[in-house]
Design a binder for this molecule. Structure first.
Ligand code: DAK
Length: 291
């Protein structure tokens, strides 16, 4: 099964340089066979989700989102997984929501079916999620990356919110999350003109944590290195750290600082606080219990 999936990946237009990490990858054992994504665990504690609709530049159709959400939920519930990486191909992270699926929609059909509501599921995932972006991350693809906790971009990454060119506006949080990242004036310029921005600009403007020189393989190396590092810490602490940083986007400074302090106090009830601080005092490597 996995060999077949890998072959599909090699033969597709994704041109992911597989040798560096898939040789060590294990299929995600409890994962079902997906049609539009690939899942594996290429490093200890790391769950990888590769968007895999190469012919449509990974356009985010509803079935893809159903699979993505399923894989995210399974990784989130897996005690062996401490970080998740979402990526696409060298050419496209995701070129947006599937325009061909959206084109015939009416208000009634979109409203009645709650079209694209499942998009926000990613924001409920408690495990840290890294987006590794090569190629196009447009519209919903850019919004998907913005929902992740850390973005790494390759030098060939092309971000943008081009919805204005289609007669609509960002619909999956782009107007809010992009504005939080780049500020109002720059976000207005990007969203009102629909112009793209590069991986280098994404890093300069704070959208991405880093732009990685080289191709997709180098990008994945950086993403895996960070994911493995995060997965090597106490899950109790990493989940709490993610939660408090996210609160900074929603609460006032005073409320956020109080929230952080409460959670900090709460961590003294965890086994891993004792394990981490005792290991430091004894000059040993902590063996986390994740409890
Ligand atoms: N949807 C469907 N198919 C797409 C697609 C997309 N977004 N992007 C590309 N494709 C398909 C193309 O149609 C083409 O298919 P075939 O013709 O071969 O069958 C194939 O992928 C290759 O594309 P191109 O031939 O166009 O490739 P190029 O290299 O020439 O151009 C491109 C690459 C990325 C510049 C171009 O494909 C492009 O401009 N794509 C559209 C980008 C875009 O406008 N994206 C934003 C879509 S709107 C919501 C949540 C989210 C959203 C809305 C609501 N709610 C929660 C309510 C999101 C909206 C959007 O994302």
């Amino acid at each position: 099964m996995f060999a077949r999936r890998c072959a599909r990946l090699v033969n597709s237009r994704t041109s992911v340089p597989l040798t560096s990490f898939l040789a060590r990858a294990r299929p995600y054992s409890s994962g079902p066979s997906y049609e539009h994504i690939l899942t594996s665990s290429p490093k200890p504690g790391v769950g990888l989700i590769t968007l895999n609709r190469p012919k449509a530049l990974n356009a985010l159709c509803s079935p893809l989102f159903t699979e993505l959400n399923d894989a995210l939920s399974k990784y989130d519930a897996d005690k062996d997984i401490g970080a998740i990486v979402i990526t696409g191909s060298e050419k496209a992270f995701a070129a947006g929501a599937d325009i061909k699926e959206m084109a015939p929609l009416t208000f009634a059909s979109a409203y009645n079916s709650n079209f694209i509501a499942p998009w926000s599921h990613l924001t409920n995932i408690r495990t840290p999620v890294i987006a590794a972006v090569s190629g196009y991350a447009l519209g919903g693809g850019c919004e998907l990356a913005l929902m992740c906790d850390i973005i790494y971009a390759s030098t060939n990454a092309t971000f943008g919110q081009p919805e204005i060119k289609l007669g609509v506006i960002p619909g999956a949080g782009g107007s809010q999350r992009l504005t939080n990242a780049v500020g109002k004036s720059k976000a207005m310029e990007l969203i009102l003109t629909g112009k793209n921005f590069s991986g280098k600009e994404a890093a300069e403007w704070g959208v991405a944590a880093e732009v990685v020189e080289g191709g997709h393989a180098e990008l994945m190396d950086v993403a895996f290195k960070t994911a493995e590092k995060i997965a090597g810490y106490s899950r109790v602490a990493t989940v709490a750290a993610k939660e408090v940083v996210n609160k900074s986007q929603e609460l006032s400074l005073r409320e956020g600082v109080e929230y952080e302090r409460r959670l900090f106090h709460g961590l003294f009830g965890s086994q891993d606080q004792k394990i981490g601080m005792t290991a430091f005092a004894e000059k040993k490597k902590p063996e986390w219990s994740h409890e």
